[in-house]
Design a binder for this molecule. Structure first.
Ligand SMILES: NC(=O)c1ccc[n+]([C@@H]2O[C@H](COP(=O)([O-])OP(=O)(O)OC[C@H]3O[C@@H](n4cnc5c(N)ncnc54)[C@H](O)[C@@H]3O)[C@@H](O)[C@H]2O)c1
Ligand SMILES: N[C@H](CO)Cc1c[nH]c[nH+]1
Ligand SMILES: [Zn+2]
Length: 431
């Protein structure tokens, strides 16, 4: 038995267990997450400090939850200048890409003077979750804060778990300063999501929570949805590689491991009709895995949430990819653009041998906060619209009401809503 199982696409039972497993853990953990959130709702900052001690090992007083300007200044003295330049390059590319998404309010006049339109406005106060449990994620700071800034959000509140010494990774802090984050709090997990949703003594509640995180963060966002807005469910990372005989097994394995190393619950799947490639990728995975610092985590992800699936051909691989609706879909095939028209469900699609998934994680430009667990069936990547909301605008001219009023009255009466009809009738009498 290798580091990953090889199954046949005709083995529906195995395939279903792979698909269902994604929700198994979710059901088991929801109660635990709900209990954490109830505690924050009742005890505010004191609960935040207690959970931060328990889960992150950091002993913070309530007055230390908020990152001070001095801590940000100190972070700038600690970072490598080359990395800072790379962060700035990434920020620029992400900003340029997201500027293309910005929609503006519009107004459409009609001939008789009626004006219809849409106000498109930024949200006022958003909370961005930046993961920080087992790795640090300055890239996720940029992916959240840059589109928020492009949208025109004035208050961008960041939460991220501290290390055991109570500090935040300096690159995370510097990325936040570069991207225009306005408040930063040292708290992570479900407790941070609860604080953003309900508010505590030191964290004022927000209008919407965005950002990725582990299963605890993702379930917490699901629980507060409705009380606040959320972007999507962006949980443990996933990559699904569709490969034909032209694919390089070294590349396929490296790309699968790039996501497997995120989390024990991460998933890396290869769909191919070439059995020789399947064997070569399996061997490569074992070889490359042995050299990774986070091999323990990646090994678990490969063993429990991943597979190589042998399909009957490229068409079947693509159909199955749509069924998985993965966060990241890589097309390691000879003619990737020929496949694009058949893709229905994927957070992001990476075409060809020179588009490994980490290109998108860091600086291609598109957002790396993407839907997981099959939710790419209905969710989109984080984008500028996530940080905006719309109001319809209706200014009816006298002539429009005279002409269309009788239709409104008929439609209201057929619904049995006489008061609605009357609001038009009292005016029609005078027109
Ligand atoms: N889908 C996306 O767009 C995307 C993007 C980047 C990262 N990710 C994912 O983000 C995640 C980052 O995970 P992470 O763990 O490193 O950081 P994280 O910040 O998401 O989670 C760390 C927090 O989890 C909580 N936690 C840990 N164990 C707990 C337990 N037993 N009970 C209750 N709470 C507990 C703690 O509060 C801790 O502070 C990974 O799953 C990665 O794949 C997803
Ligand atoms: N692959 C992650 C999204 O699932 C994003 C990320 C950030 N840093 C590295 N990777
Ligand atoms: Zn990644």
């Amino acid at each position: 038995m290798g580091v990953i199982r090889i199954i046949k696409a005709t083995d529906r039972e195995q395939l279903n267990s792979l698909l269902d497993k994604r929700n198994e853990d979710i059901d088991q953990l929801t109660a635990r997450v709900a209990a954490i959130m109830a505690e924050v709702q009742q005890n505010g900052d004191a609960a935040l400090c207690a959970f931060t001690r328990r889960f992150d090992g950091a002993n913070l007083s309530t007055s230390q939850l908020k990152v001070s300007p001095a801590e940000i200044e100190q972070a700038y003295t600690m970072v490598d200048q080359e990395v800072l330049a790379s962060l700035r390059l990434a920020k620029d590319r992400i900003e340029k890409y997201h500027q293309k998404q910005l929609s503006r309010s519009w107004f459409q006049p009609e001939e008789d003077g009626t004006i219809l339109g849409q106000l498109i406005l930024p949200l006022e106060r958003v909370g961005i979750y930046v993961p920080g449990g087992t790795a640090s994620y300055p890239s996720s700071v940029l992916m959240n804060a840059v589109p928020a800034k492009v949208a025109g959000v004035s208050q961008i509140v960041m939460v991220t778990p501290p290390g055991a010494d109570g500090s935040i990774n300096p690159y995370t802090l510097v990325a936040a300063a570069e991207a225009g984050v306005t408040e930063i709090y040292k708290v992570g997990g479900a407790q941070a999501v609860a604080a953003l949703a309900y508010g505590t003594e030191s964290i004022r509640r927000v209008d919407k929570i965005t950002g990725p995180g582990n299963i605890f963060v993702t379930l917490a966002k699901r629980l507060v949805y409705g009380q606040v807005g959320i972007d999507m469910l962006a949980g443990p990372s996933e990559v699904l590689v569709v490969a034909d005989s032209s694919a390089n097994p070294v590349y396929a394995a490296a790309d699968m491991l790039s996501q497997a190393e995120h989390d024990r619950l991460a998933s890396a799947i290869l769909l191919t009709h070439d059995t020789e490639l399947a064997t070569a990728v399996s061997q490569e995975l074992a070889r490359q895995l042995a050299e990774l610092p986070r091999q323990e985590m990646a090994r678990e992800a490969l063993a429990n949430h991943s597979a190589i699936v042998i399909t009957g051909g490229l068409a079947e691989s693509l159909a199955l990819a749509n069924e998985f609706a993965p966060e990241h879909l890589e097309l390691l095939v000879e003619q990737p653009f020929d496949c694009l028209g058949q893709i229905k469900n994927a957070g992001a699609v990476f075409l060809g041998a020179h588009s490994p998934e980490p290109v998108g994680d860091y600086l291609a430009g598109p957002n790396h906060v993407l839907p997981t667990s099959g939710t790419a069936r209905f969710y989109s990547p984080l984008n500028v619209d996530t940080f905006m909301k719309k109001s319809s605008v209706i200014s009816f001219a006298k002539e429009s009401l005279r002409r269309l009023g009788p239709d409104i009255v008929r439609l209201a009466e057929v619904e049995g809503l006489q008061a609605h009809a009357n609001a038009v009738k009292v005016r029609l009498k005078e027109l």
